[in-house]
Design a protein around this ligand. Structure first.
Ligand code: FES
Length: 579
């Protein structure tokens, strides 16, 4: 599938704008030509949209202008016309109340930007957590040729001779400060040491996980996941991506031909092998539902259950994304999965080859970072999907981030009605709590927060931290940052705000967590729960604005937390012309 350099014989979608000799064609071309394009770029060649999430308020994506320039080189070289366009950028570190509140809004922005404009294919520039799923979701609903270029992780953080990881070590330092093990001056020094280059969080957090999902899904080029943002090979990958998207348009390989059921199964297994973020569960289900590909929580458990965690990266392990790249990158990990019958080898990828063709000869240079199959970091990685009377529609837990000693645990609930209630109460020295208790947080799900904040890994009570307690079971309808760790049950569905059983838990109730048995049980009689339910009242919904639309239409976590009216493929046909 070599790219042609002469003008194309095929007629592309963009010809409906630029290919006309009439008044409309004049308008479409003339205004574009104010950017200095010569006449012959409107000769019917593929028009490639470069969907850019650059923003100085999204520091993880702040180098994307440079990446876009490299994509353009490749598009020009292959005989396409590159046109860069912005979409709303979601910066995890700054946005309040949570960037997740806006993931579906950006998906709409992307979908409508593509459909409304003369583009034949898109390169999606993704980095910070939500920028990846939102762009893929919007593009999936359009179903045009697409390729993702991830921005790449930051270089390893370095603090006093030690590697430190985005987020993960912030949680640790913060608990050290609370426990009196670290001074505020040292805390401030560490701040400058953590984020020392362009790129996204360099632990196996949500951004690195989603960049890995892109590669595992076949939607990115080989090595998309791990090349550091500032490594010149990241720019070379962007250049090659520019060439490839032109070929994908010429061959009419749309995103739905890449994102098949087989591709999602590969991604779930890779998530287990990398110890990936629980956020990927929600995002991949949402993407699949845009395409009409069946994908459920049960699939996450079934396909991830036998996958060992091979990659020894923080937050579960020791290393960081830069190390993963030098060790062989995701290609090495996928080769091992393929050798053990844990990869759909024939899944097509955007470089025109199958996954197996891409990875079968991948070298591994460091078996501490990418461990052998028979010496994994965690024997059964993946995502454990729990259910029971406390989560009738499911909940998730990441075994590789949890404490083995808490995987089967029965404890007394200490309940927080909201995150504000938690913050006020957790610091109370008189709080009746010990290390065997289970922290239960309500009203942090999609509708309840709203936006499903990453607060599920709620910090432990300071008095227990000072006593040396390092982990406790925590349960909520919230999400957790991919950079976080602990025995944390997340995404409890239905959430408390819609009257799920989580809403009915009270201080002192006994809860049983059985991860091997995939069970989450509230030890309260059905009669008592019915009595509590009769007294339960829903909170009022926001009165106006995006939050109102979101709360009225967002689906539960087990369905991907998309808006109900956005699920599905709508294509790119435009029924009305503009002039
Ligand atoms: Fe952007 Fe972590 S804050 S990836």
């Amino acid at each position: 599938m070599g790219h042609q350099k002469t003008s194309d014989k095929k007629t592309y979608r963009s010809a409906a704008w630029f290919g006309k000799a009439d008044k409309d064609g004049f308008i479409h071309r003339s205004w574009m030509r104010n950017q200095g394009y010569p006449e012959d770029v409107f000769d019917g060649r593929p028009v490639i949209g470069i969907c850019n999430t650059f923003s100085e308020l999204t520091p993880c994506n702040a180098h994307f202008r440079t990446i876009a320039e490299f994509v353009k080189r490749g598009v020009w070289e292959a005989g396409g016309l590159p046109v860069e366009f912005p979409v709303t950028s979601l910066g995890e570190s700054n946005m309040r109340p949570t960037a997740m509140l806006f993931r579906n809004l950006v998906a709409m922005d992307v979908e409508e930007s593509i459909r409304a404009n003369p583009v034949d294919g898109v390169v999606l520039l993704c980095g910070c957590d939500k920028t990846t799923p939102s762009l893929i979701m919007g593009t999936a609903s359009c179903d045009i040729p697409a390729l993702v270029v991830s921005g790449g992780p930051m270089l390893n953080g370095k603090y006093r001779g030690q590697d430190i990881g985005s987020g993960t070590d912030v949680w640790r330092f913060s608990e050290d400060v609370k426990a009196g093990r670290m001074s505020l001056q040292e805390f401030s020094e560490a701040e400058a040491c953590m984020s020392r280059s362009a790129g996204h969080c360099m632990v196996m957090g949500t951004a690195s996980t989603m960049a890995s999902m892109v590669e595992a899904l076949g939607l990115g080029l080989p090595q998309n996941a791990a090349i550091p943002a500032v490594d010149s090979r990241r720019n070379a990958l962007a250049h090659i991506a520019g060439r490839r998207i032109v070929d994908l348009v010429r061959d009419n390989v749309t995103i739905s031909q890449i994102l098949t059921r087989a591709a999602f199964e590969n991604a779930i297994r890779v998530n287990g092998a990398i110890g990936g973020s629980t956020n990927a569960v929600i995002h991949l289900i949402a993407i699949a539902r845009r395409l009409g590909v069946p994908l459920s929580l049960e699939d996450w458990d079934a396909f991830g259950r036998d996958v060992p965690t091979l990659v020894d990266l923080k937050p579960s392990g020791r290393y960081l994304m830069e190390d993963l790249y030098y060790a062989g990158g995701l290609q090495g990990v996928m080769r091992i999965l393929g050798e053990h019958d844990l990869l759909n080898r024939d899944a097509l990828t955007v470089n025109g080859r199958t996954q197996w063709e891409n990875v079968k000869d991948a070298p591994i240079w460091n078996t501490e970072v990418i461990r052998p199959f028979d010496n994994p970091v965690v024997a059964h990685g993946g995502i454990a999907v729990l259910s029971g009377n406390l989560a009738p529609n499911g909940a998730v837990l990441k075994p590789s981030a949890a404490s083995p000693g808490l995987m089967q645990h029965r404890g007394r609930a200490v309940v927080f009605e909201t995150i504000e209630h938690y913050k006020a109460r957790i610091v109370d020295p008189a709080l009746d709590i010990d290390a065997t208790c289970i922290l239960v947080l309500k009203n942090c799900g999609p509708k309840g927060y709203p936006g499903m904040a990453e607060v599920g890994n709620m910090g432990l009570p300071p008095k227990l931290l000072q006593a040396g307690v390092q982990d406790m079971v925590r349960i909520s309808d919230a999400r957790m940052s991919g950079t976080a760790y602990g025995t944390v049950v997340l995404h409890v569905s239905p959430e408390a705000a819609v009257g799920g059983p989580l809403a009915l838990v009270q201080d002192g109730d006994m809860i049983e967590l059985d991860v091997p048995g995939r069970r989450l049980h509230l030890d309260v009689s059905d009669e008592e729960l019915a009595r509590r339910r009769a007294a339960w009242q829903a909170a009022p919904v926001p009165e106006s604005g995006w939050a109102k639309l979101y709360v009225e239409h967002v689906q539960q976590a087990d369905q991907g937390a998309d808006l109900d009216f956005l699920v599905g493929k709508r294509g790119v046909e435009v029924t009305r012309e503009s002039h």
